[in-house]
Design a protein around this ligand. Structure first.
Ligand SMILES: N[C@@H](CCC(=O)N[C@@H](CS)C(=O)NCC(=O)O)C(=O)O
Length: 253
């Protein structure tokens, strides 16, 4: 559970579940899906990442990294999407989204979290997003004042001004993604879901990555099990309302 103490004390008096999220954000998608799958009521605070609505004093006073999602549950501020979905399943256990082998399921969540900055973010920015969220010189200045996280500063400096992600950044990202999707393909062999017959947080954690990356042109053609698994989501309400309703097609964001 990753809880932060916000500078904006007013959010500590919010009641119920409040989600600060982005339509096109894969990290937000997994939290929306979990809330929907569990049938929980939540208040939406949408931030348009293309308009850089996350880069503001007001939002950094809630989430110190200026990232989405942030979940506020009865005034307690939670960040880190994979921790948030685990927290939601602990706190609101019905219907359960947990596998019998909880540790193995959490390992999939940790893996998704661990590849975000080294692989998912560079691939998505290099292919589609960097040009959509280009900051003006004034916005760059604002961002460097607000952002204290060195890893994020380094990441965003790669597409600041006239800089662009290089082919080495993309190659590194592709190598990491290949390892992960090879592993996912094996896990789905003969199984409907990542953990076997049961739909769990592991599926919710990984489907946004497939959705966003296929929109960026990531080659999933040689992954028949992943393709079948992703197709099965089309029937699920949490996928339709947690992803499609907010972002019908990532290639067109
Ligand atoms: N580890 C965080 C990563 C959150 C993250 O990077 N969110 C992205 C959208 S998926 C974001 O807010 N990007 C805006 C930015 O980097 O300024 C999580 O899983 O919640």
């Amino acid at each position: 559970m990753v809880v932060v103490v916000p500078k904006d004390k007013s959010v500590e008096s919010l009641e119920g579940l409040h989600l600060y999220h982005g339509a096109i954000s894969n990290c937000s998608m997994r939290v929306r899906m979990t809330l929907i799958e569990k049938g929980l009521d939540w208040t939406s605070h949408h931030l348009d990442l293309k308009k850089k609505e996350n880069i503001s004093d007001a939002y950094f006073a809630i989430n110190p990294n200026g990232l989405v999602p942030t979940l506020i549950d009865d005034g307690v501020v939670h960040i880190e999407s994979n921790d948030i979905i685990d927290y939601l399943d602990e706190k609101y256990p019905e219907p359960s989204l947990r596998a019998v082998d909880n540790e193995a399921m959490l390992e999939w969540l940790r893996l998704a979290g661990s590849i975000h900055v080294p692989a998912v973010k560079p691939y998505v920015y290099a292919t589609i997003i960097a040009k959509k969220v280009k900051k003006t010189a004034e916005e760059e200045k604002k961002y460097s004042e607000l952002q204290q996280n060195e890893e994020l500063k380094r990441f965003h400096s790669k597409h600041a001004g006239s800089s662009q992600f290089g082919s080495d950044d993309v190659a590194k990202a592709e190598a990491i993604l290949k390892d992960c999707f090879d592993k996912l393909e094996v896990a789905l062999e003969g199984n409907d879901w990542v953990m076997g017959d049961t739909f769990t947080l592991a599926d919710i954690s990984w489907i946004p990555l497939h959705f966003v990356l296929i929109g960026c042109g990531y080659p999933f053609e040689n992954y028949p099990n992943i393709t079948r698994w992703a197709e099965a989501f089309r029937e699920k309400q949490c996928f339709q309302e947690g992803i499609i309703k907010w972002c019908p097609d990532f290639s067109k964001v």
